[in-house]
Design a binder for this molecule. Structure first.
Ligand SMILES: [Zn+2]
Length: 200
């Protein structure tokens, strides 16, 4: 790549770290940002700064929120007897969009993938077990992980690991395309999979 002024190089380097963005796309973004009104660029940079200043991780479910407890954990109207285990915070909005789930969540932080360093210790499995030990009100745990090879082995691991705690452990009904991730599941299919959940 030809030598660009340092601020451009830095912005390209930063943007190319985003998922799915290579140096070429990053450079396109930078040229775009240089072309639009300065106020818009400043607005964007302020909103990025606000992510680091105002967003925190919920101490109970590990999703993102604006206070120590996220909106869902703080909402007394949510059913505290069901806990839906998801991989990442983004999966919560996917499940919420189905409109069929009224319980609470727990963000595992990924799925088992030992080759990439995702061992049981790298996930919040210990935290999940601890949460259940401290919260006798949770009667059912729904494992809403993606039906990929890694997701399947994680669900098997979890149902074994959680069995001694004596709670009902369920998983989504078949119907989600095998190998697909929850992130890209459509609302109707995911909603049906939730309603038809079965024992794990
Ligand atoms: Zn929470």
């Amino acid at each position: 790549m030809r030598k660009f002024p340092e601020p451009i190089q830095n912005a390209v380097a930063g943007l190319s770290r985003l998922p799915g963005v290579g140096p070429k796309t990053a450079l396109r973004f930078v040229y775009y940002l240089l072309k639009i009104p300065k106020a818009e660029v400043l607005q964007l940079s302020r909103s990025l700064a606000a992510l680091t200043e105002k967003i925190q991780t919920c101490t109970r479910c590990y999703t993102y929120g604006e206070s120590e407890l996220c909106e869902i954990c703080a909402d007394a109207r949510r059913d505290a007897s069901i806990l839906c285990v998801v991989e990442e915070p983004r999966d919560i909005s996917t499940v919420e969009s189905t409109g069929v789930y009224k319980g609470r969540y727990f963000v595992l932080g990924g799925v088992l993938n030992p080759i990439e360093g995702m061992t049981p210790d790298a996930l919040r499995i210990h935290e999940l077990a601890e949460r259940l030990q401290n919260d006798a009100g949770v009667a059912e745990i729904i494992l809403a992980l993606s039906p990929t090879v890694q997701g399947e082995s994680t669900m098997m691991y979890l149902s074994k690991r959680l069995a001694p705690l004596g709670r009902k452990v369920t998983r989504l009904a078949r119907g989600l395309p095998i190998g697909a991730t929850i992130e890209y599941a459509d609302e109707v299919t995911l909603g049906d999979a939730l309603k038809g959940r079965r024992d794990a």
